[in-house]
Design a protein around this ligand. Sequence first.
Ligand code: ZN
Length: 421
Amino acid sequence: MSNRQAALTVLLMAWAPCTFAQAPIEVSIIEVGKIWDQAPHNAFTDLLRWQDQFYCALREGRGHVSADGRIRVISSQDGDCWQSATLVELNGYDLRDAHLSVTPDRQLMLIGGTAPRKKDNQSAPTGTFASFSHDGTGWTKPKIIVEPGRWLWCVTWYQGKAYGVTYGGRDTPPYIQLLRSTDGVNFRTHVSKLFGKGWPTEVTLRFAGNGTCYALVRRDRHGDEPNSAVLGVSSGDYRQWNWHDLGPEFNSFGGPNFIQLPSGHWIGAGRMHQGGAHTAVTLLDMKNHKMTKLLKLPSGGDTSYPGLLWYNNTLYVSYYSSHEGKTSIYLAKLNVTAKCPRCSSAMKTVPVLVGLPTTEMTAKLKRGKALLAGCVGDPHNPEYACICPSCRKFKTVRMTYWRDLPAEFGIIGLRQERSQK
Ligand SMILES: [Zn+2]
């Protein structure tokens, strides 16, 4: 955060806390489009927005399990028109299951599975590679950061550290492990036996505004333990975890992913099987440790591994599917309506702008198109405020309580301070 940004502090007009229950939420499809199908098999996506562009990473190969897997990164200004940004390959390895994140020093980080597979459909131990980019087009040579045998499936950055969970092959004990790193390259085991009931595999971690870490786990059948998805919850130093089975409806919940929306709701996505395999969007209730299905995306057959992004009042979901024949990459734009828990009005979200108010920013604020924050926000991590226009309350995911919206919508009083930094 720059001095200019740190020098601003939000002076809130009112602090009166009020208790709000979790609001109902409605999700509907605005549109779905195929965005990539260049390889015979295109799959396993992730999605984020970085430096004013959308980035989607995916695997290209001859088939679902083939020796020639490579990771393609595609980019787009508007989410409609996509072009290739790079193709990452590693000689002798099948690269798979791409995941994108942004490092504390603002680089784009790509990780994925690395399997030394000799022939298509042959099983092989899988490890993890990482590659980094300053501009989205030039990428560092992929470096193996976890040797084949344990697969660090996804990483999530929180307060300067990368966290991720590994799982092993069927010849190892079923425990998943929590790893941690400060540079995204050198990982150390943080919890060696994180969870081992059934066969836990792919895990996505997310952190709430209060620091609570949630783990959404795909769990496959093992012994007497059935297929299901599992939710892990931890806080403090993330060494002690509580686990909650989300039920058999979420069996083989391949490609588990979830994000928190500005309204506070947690939206999940992954593969479900009732009525045939498909990619589903879900609602996670973190208080009661429950997950419910919200909708099925146009999908079928070999499908799932969604990327999730909240941008410009829209939930973007990248995923792959073979319901139209060729296994291809799709992007769904979803409209999410969260109802105010007090008055049931549809809430709206606006971006939180960070920094000294420029002319352009002030115009947006006056039109009610944005809120202005100070050092509470990370200028590189877009943050959104959720507003009830009837109750005139607002909240961001980092805030514990709903607060009164200033009379002059948008402009929260500012107090400028000299920065010592
Ligand atoms: Zn309201």
